[in-house]
Design a protein around this ligand. Structure first.
Ligand SMILES: [Fe+2]
Length: 183
């Protein structure tokens, strides 16, 4: 099952999400929808329903844990709920700009890689990096946050670059244009 917005919100409530988690997820879903619809507009294959459901549910695991493990935990919650694998994998692979198998082992996660690979997974991972709490802010701010934390900035930049190459336009500029256009 790929949950509708209403079903996703019901899942959040059932698993104890507070308003801050829900607001963040809804904002990420708004950004993900802009990107997904642009793929569709350009005639490129995209599962919009999975993209939006994955965005709406990406942080449901924060009800259990605040570490990098929240992606995996969220995906396990959704697996138990019988949610479609496409949505489960979006949630599992949204953390940071992806986690390699070696890093996963060091972080105490089951040893396999957690890189976003499909269009839908990449969209949600990127959309999440453009949203702080429930504010859409420049990607550059996330780059600086990665730098401060000593995370792999090259990997974060590649996430945006690869999405832009696949989409055929700068995803960040597109998102800000659309937000301005609707406000
Ligand atoms: Fe997250």
């Amino acid at each position: 099952m790929k949950p509708s917005e209403e079903e996703a919100l019901r899942l959040h409530r059932r698993h104890g999400s507070n308003d801050a988690i829900i607001r963040h997820c809804r904002t990420v879903a708004m950004v993900a929808a802009i990107l997904g619809e642009e793929f569709e507009r350009r005639g490129k294959e995209i599962d919009i329903k999975a993209t939006i459901a994955g965005a709406l549910l990406h942080d449901i695991g924060r009800n259990r844990v605040q570490t990098v493990r929240h992606g995996l935990e969220g995906s396990l919650i959704l697996e138990k709920e019988g949610i479609d694998e496409s949505v489960v994998q979006i949630v599992r692979r949204h953390v940071g700009a992806g986690i390699s198998a070696t890093e996963a082992k060091e972080l105490g996660l089951p040893e396999h890689d957690y890189f976003p690979r499909t269009r839908e997974q990449i969209i949600v991972c990127f959309a999440d990096k453009m949203v702080d709490a429930d504010i859409v802010r420049p990607f550059e701010e996330e780059v600086r946050r990665f730098e401060k934390k000593g995370h792999d900035v090259g990997r974060l930049m590649a996430l945006k670059r690869n999405l832009g190459a696949d989409l055929g336009t700068d995803p960040e500029a597109l998102v800000f244009d659309k937000i301005k256009g609707t406000s």
